[in-house]
Ligand binder design. Structure first.
Ligand SMILES: Cc1cc2nc3c(=O)[nH]c(=O)nc-3n(C[C@H](O)[C@H](O)[C@H](O)COP(=O)(O)OP(=O)(O)OC[C@H]3O[C@@H](n4cnc5c(N)ncnc54)[C@H](O)[C@@H]3O)c2cc1C
Length: 799
């Protein structure tokens, strides 16, 4: 077979991911697909994976993708004649402390929201399920019967066979050496001197993907770590299980271990807390079916943990300590989508050690995305557009990625934040926040102040009542009755200028954008399906000049969508995020404090109006709106004057609040947030924002909304009855004994002294439409049900 000179789609990489994308594209009817593999199929990371597949994941999206994978892996043999080795062994997850038990029970509850059954069991039952383990310290466990394992290479080979049968051409020993672009769009793939012309390339090059993306000037922030497991020779204790019998997968996260039987012996792997990163530059250029050096010094602490848990290992002969590289991402979630920088260049990678489990579902989702031109399902958390180019900085990846592997088994406590690669993006008033005692979390590369109680009020992290609750109570009080500074400088700021600025924004945004100068519109950007892509405010500064204020993590996504929508509109779109600070000033005394910073008269602003202001020595402008629903302003100050404004506000008596306080107030006010209540799969009507859509202006998504039926689900407010209920996110909600939805945001309410939440539910919508408050809801948190009241109104109005 000779290399073609053109192709409809070129996929780079013949691991499980590339094979799955090829298979699914072909199955969707796409013709003329070429897969290019540098060495042999599976020769990168796929061949040596442990093959474990756990259905239950921390989110609906991931769980859905893996469930699809499992169904597919069970069926592929019939279709292709190649078995995948799918074996449903179940999995057993141990807890040796109360927090771990709470966490694994939370997962059981979460699973129920997705229809997955798992059972909380005691140590004796755990021992029955995994007879080789020591259970003296085990205080509980979860048995998930639907989990299992596959043979990774066989999965990839079955997918490649299925792809070939549908006409996909696969070229092994074919290394891509360059990518070509024409007018910014991908146009060709270089294999040495040979060029394949194409306007659609998919990077599925595993841990080499970052370098391959760079060939086209695109960012794909991932980095590899060494990942270890031991394999033993056959053990009498495993042989005693009987021929063909298998142990469930064992997860002992407190000891950083996983284990399964393997050819009558054992495979014991680890996500050790201090992992080792490895650069692709340290791998030989011809790395193929290769492994990294054994490192017993590094693995020994894990080995000691393993010996304690599985005493039979004492007499086992270790066949090998396998060390293979795998790529991880900054937030431990894989990435996929179309490159924000290069149209026609698609990416899927950074699988964070779940590539085998995810390959089926993620490959299908990627294929559908390529064909439809946008995601066909909820994929926000995996979307490449969450990463800005700054996050591809090598120093940040080198620092962060070992921590990501090291925290793979961490309990996901509220308030948890990574320690490495911090301080990359700091607010223009950062030093002022530090001086005020801020506790920061790293979010999307930014340092965000979450409260001002300092370190002492933050640690230790807990699923229980956090120490910061008392402190945040004071911040909430200040936000309502004082004058409280909330730093919102991480918000994206995008300038839109040009003769067609208004017409362009009316196409882009759902609300009417032909507003008066000095006014602010609240709106959403929708996709063609009518789902919410972005939630923003837009200021009109002149006949042809607007400023969009968008969510902190939304700039890359919004800029890409704006480029795609631009067409013939005569507009310039510029990201000016770094140019301005956004200082929220909320509370009953906000106006007095702002006035006290300067003798210049303070404009008398109507709600959603803005005008120039002087704040101490600084000059900027103020909008009358607030993120929390309390009375107040947002001050937009050029970055170089932001500290001067901050100093003046503090001197005039303003205090500080962080994101925990503002989050609690936001939820009480029923304000929807992007990534929580608002997602690309949620319509404005479902979110209760239908009134903000200006039908007739021709905005993207209008047709889909006009054709849609009455929403079948709605965002609602919940107030818990029991102050011991501490929801975090995603917990399942029951009504009349049935799961009717999940929590989308939750916080402690200082107004009600109980938790409040926003949630998406699908019943009983008629009753909610007629009754302000409907009691009788139950929310399951860590296997305990708590009662709650529900309303379509905000908690503040309803309860
Ligand atoms: C020790 C270990 C255990 C694991 N256990 C599990 C597990 O139990 N369950 C699970 O779900 N996951 C597991 N994983 C993770 C899983 O193996 C990976 O997520 C998955 O294999 C990634 O697949 P991929 O196709 O992205 O990468 P790869 O398999 O590495 O494929 C990428 C391919 O791209 C090719 N390529 C690179 N550059 C070029 C180029 N320039 N031109 C052409 N081709 C190129 C490479 O040769 C390679 O074959 C484990 C990983 C390790 C290391």
């Amino acid at each position: 077979m000779t290399l073609p000179s053109s192709a409809r789609t070129v996929i780079i990489g013949g691991g499980v991911i590339g094979c799955s994308i090829a298979y699914h594209l072909a199955r969707e009817g796409r013709k003329d697909i070429v897969v290019l593999e540098r060495s042999k199929l599976t020769s990168g990371t796929t061949w040596h994976a442990a093959g474990l597949v756990r259905r239950l994941r921390p989110s609906a999206t991931l769980t859905k993708l893996i469930n699809y994978s499992i169904d597919l892996y069970g069926e592929l043999e019939v279709e292709t004649g190649q078995a995948t080795g799918w074996t449903q062994t179940g999995s057993l997850t141990l807890a040796t402390n109360e927090d771990r038990l709470t966490n694994i029970k939370r997962q059981v509850s979460l699973g129920r929201a997705f229809g997955l059954e798992a059972e909380v069991v005691d140590a004796a039952r755990a021992k029955e399920l995994w007879p080789l383990i020591e259970v003296d310290d085990v205080i509980g466990a979860v048995w998930s019967p639907a989990d299992g394992r596959v043979n990774p290479s066989d999965v990839a080979l079955a997918l490649s066979k299925g792809a070939r049968a549908r006409g996909v051409k696969i070229f092994e020993d074919t290394r891509v050496t360059g990518l070509q672009k024409k007018n910014g769009r991908i146009s060709g793939v270089e294999i040495g001197e040979h060029v394949i012309e194409t306007d659609e390339v998919v990077i599925a090059s595993g841990l080499w993907s970052r370098e391959v993306a760079e060939m086209a000037g695109a960012h794909m922030p991932l980095y590899a770590c060494e990942h270890f497991y031991i394999l033993t020779k056959p053990l009498a204790e495993v042989q005693a299980l009987g021929k063909g019998a298998h142990l469930p997968t064992l997860n002992d996260q407190d000891a950083y271990l996983y284990a399964r039987d393997d050819v009558e012996g054992l495979l014991v792997g680890s996500f050790e807390p201090h992992a080792k990163g490895i650069s692709t530059k340290d791998l030989p250029a011809d790395f193929s079916f290769d492994l990294l050096d054994e490192d017993w010094d590094h693995f020994m602490p894990m080995m000691e943990n393993a010996l304690r848990r599985i005493p039979a290992l004492e007499t086992a002969e270790v066949r090998m300590l396998l060390n293979g590289p795998e790529s991880f991402t900054l937030d431990s979630q894989f990435m996929m989508g179309e490159s924000p920088e290069v149209p026609g260049l698609f990416l899927l990678g950074g699988m964070n050690s779940t590539g085998i489990a995810l390959a089926g579902g993620a490959g299908k989702a990627m294929a559908e995305w390529i064909i439809a031109g946008e995601p066909t399902m909820e994929l926000n958390e995996a979307d490449i557009r969450r990463f800005s180019p700054e996050m591809n900085v090598l120093g940040a990846l080198e620092a962060r990625i070992p921590e990501v592997l090291g925290r793979h088994y961490d309990n996901p406590y509220p308030g948890r934040s990574m320690d490495t690669a911090r301080g990359q993006r700091r607010s223009p008033i950062h030093t002022g926040l530090v001086a005020a005692g801020a506790r920061f979390e790293g979010r999307g590369g930014w340092e965000r102040a979450v409260h001002f109680g300092g370190e002492a009020a933050h640690l230790p992290l807990t699923f229980d009542v956090p120490k910061w609750r008392e402190h945040v109570a004071k911040e909430v009080e200040a936000c309502r009755f004082g004058a409280a500074i909330l730093d919102q400088s991480a918000f994206g700021k995008i300038k839109v200028q040009g003769p067609d600025a208004c017409a362009f924004l009316n196409r882009l945004c759902a609300a009417e954008m032909d507003i008066k100068e000095g006014r602010i519109a609240y709106t959403q950007i929708l996709n063609t399906r009518g789902g919410v892509e972005s939630d923003l405010t837009v200021q009109r500064h002149g006949p042809e000049t607007y400023l969009m204020i968008v969510g902190a993590g939304e700039v890359v996504r919004d800029m890409k969508r704006m480029r795609e929508t631009k067409g013939d509109f005569r507009v310039e779109v510029t990201d000016v995020t770094s140019g301005y600070a956004v200082i929220g000033l909320a509370g009953a005394k906000a106006r007095d404090v702002l006035q006290a910073t300067s003798n210049a008269p303070l404009p008398d602003l109507k709600r959603f109006g803005f005008a120039p202001v002087e704040v101490g020595l600084a000059r900027g402008w103020a909008g009358r709106l607030s993120f929390t629903g309390e009375e107040g302003y947002e001050l937009y100050i050029p970055s170089d004057m932001a500290m001067a404004a901050h100093e003046a506000l503090v001197a005039a008596g303003a205090t500080h609040v962080g994101l925990y306080a503002s989050g609690s107030l936001r939820i009480e006010s029923g304000f929807r947030a992007i990534g929580h209540e608002l997602t690309p799969g949620t319509s404005p009507q479902e979110a209760g924002l239908g009134a903000f859509c200006a039908f007739g202006t021709g905005f993207v998504g209008e047709e889909a909304l006009a054709a849609a039926d009455q929403p079948k689900r709605q965002i609602v407010s919940l107030l818990f009855d029991d102050p011991d209920a501490l929801p975090i996110h995603d917990e399942p909600i029951y009504f009349s004994g049935k799961v009717v939805g999940q929590i989308t945001s939750a916080a402690w309410s200082y107004r009600f002294d109980r938790s409040v939440a926003l949630a998406m539910i699908d019943a009983p919508l008629d009753q909610l439409a007629q009754q302000d408050v409907v009691p009788g809801f139950e929310v399951e948190i860590a296997c305990t049900r708590f009662t709650a009241k529900c309303s379509l109104k905000s908690a503040k109005e309803a309860f």
